[in-house]
Ligand binder design. Structure first.
Ligand SMILES: [Zn+2]
Ligand SMILES: [Zn+2]
Length: 291
């Protein structure tokens, strides 16, 4: 068994939010107020992703210590897609495959947003996520849905995609519309240098984890064992195909040995680790693909 995973580099861990609205569309706060809010909670990078509108980060770089990434939330005519690394607004065609294709043509990233939003918990029906190709990942935690119909957590969607053999990353975002949304969920990237290009490259490569409070300080894979060190004591679960919990560990350093017959002798494709800490603090690693 081989373990393929994105945590092969080194560098600093930087945290940021990839999904943010401002008064340029339906957010409550101006771009300047939003930048101040994210600076004050110690984030390192930020993407303003207004609805079908590109706010040019170059206008604001001199005024903030945040590393700014260009982004748009493709909104009209269908289920929402966060477009990170945007060079221009793509036409929000009802054909979302065409939207993802246009985003990829820019060399940018497409992230279907808040799959479990709305009263039917089904903003993105699973069948459509399964048919859609070319996207980098999905929002596995969208903080704005904490106060909207549906559920912010979408690891259920992710496990179904991963179990079907899809290689898609998980992303955590605030989907900020108001100050109350700031700092609910974030994505942490490991980068050698703090530049927009380096952050975008690490995001696309999955050199990331998702957090609502737990910092993962180290992720190492050696001799069939996955080891994590965290900033606070956690209960960590090793999750595999179809969401099955395979092993549970507790502590600030946790180790999971991956036996060859992980899924009761069935063919298996991935494991990932979820960490639960104090209160609502949690963190989710990207998948470790078993081949
Ligand atoms: Zn949305
Ligand atoms: Zn949004």
């Amino acid at each position: 068994m081989q373990i393929e995973h994105p945590y092969t580099g080194d560098g600093r861990w930087l945290r940021g939010n990839l999904h943010t609205h401002t008064t340029e569309t339906d957010g409550a706060d101006t771009v300047e107020e939003v930048l101040d809010a994210y600076e004050s909670i110690g984030h390192d990078f930020l993407a303003i992703s207004d609805h079908d509108l590109l706010v040019d980060p170059d206008r604001y770089r001199a005024d903030t210590s945040l590393t700014l990434l260009p982004a748009v939330e493709v909104t009209a005519n269908g289920a929402h897609v966060v477009h990170v690394g945007a060079t221009a607004v793509v036409e929000p065609r009802a054909d979302r495959q065409a939207v993802v294709d246009d985003i990829r043509e820019q060399g940018a990233m497409a992230i279907p947003a808040h799959p479990n939003w709305e009263a039917d918990f089904d903003h993105w029906p699973q069948s459509r996520l399964s048919e859609l190709t070319g996207y980098h990942g999905i929002e596995i935690y969208n903080g704005n849905i904490e106060r909207c119909p549906g559920t912010p957590l979408a690891t259920d969607r992710w496990d179904q995609l991963l179990s079907a053999g899809r290689r898609v990353w998980g992303f955590g975002t605030d989907d900020t519309h108001d100050a109350v949304d700031v700092g609910n969920a974030w994505t942490v990237v490991q980068v050698a240098e703090r530049t927009p290009a380096a952050v975008l490259e690490a995001l696309a490569a999955g050199q990331t984890y998702v957090s609502t409070g737990v910092d993962i300080e180290r992720i190492a894979v050696e001799d069939g064992t996955v080891e994590l060190a965290t900033s606070e004591p956690v209960t960590a679960r090793l999750v595999s195909d179809w969401g099955r919990i395979q092993q549970t560990r507790a502590g600030e350093t946790v180790q999971f040995h991956l036996p060859e017959d992980l899924v009761y002798g069935r063919e298996h494709s991935y494991v990932r680790v979820e960490c639960r800490g104090r209160g609502d603090d949690a963190a989710w690693t990207q998948p470790f693909y078993l081949t």
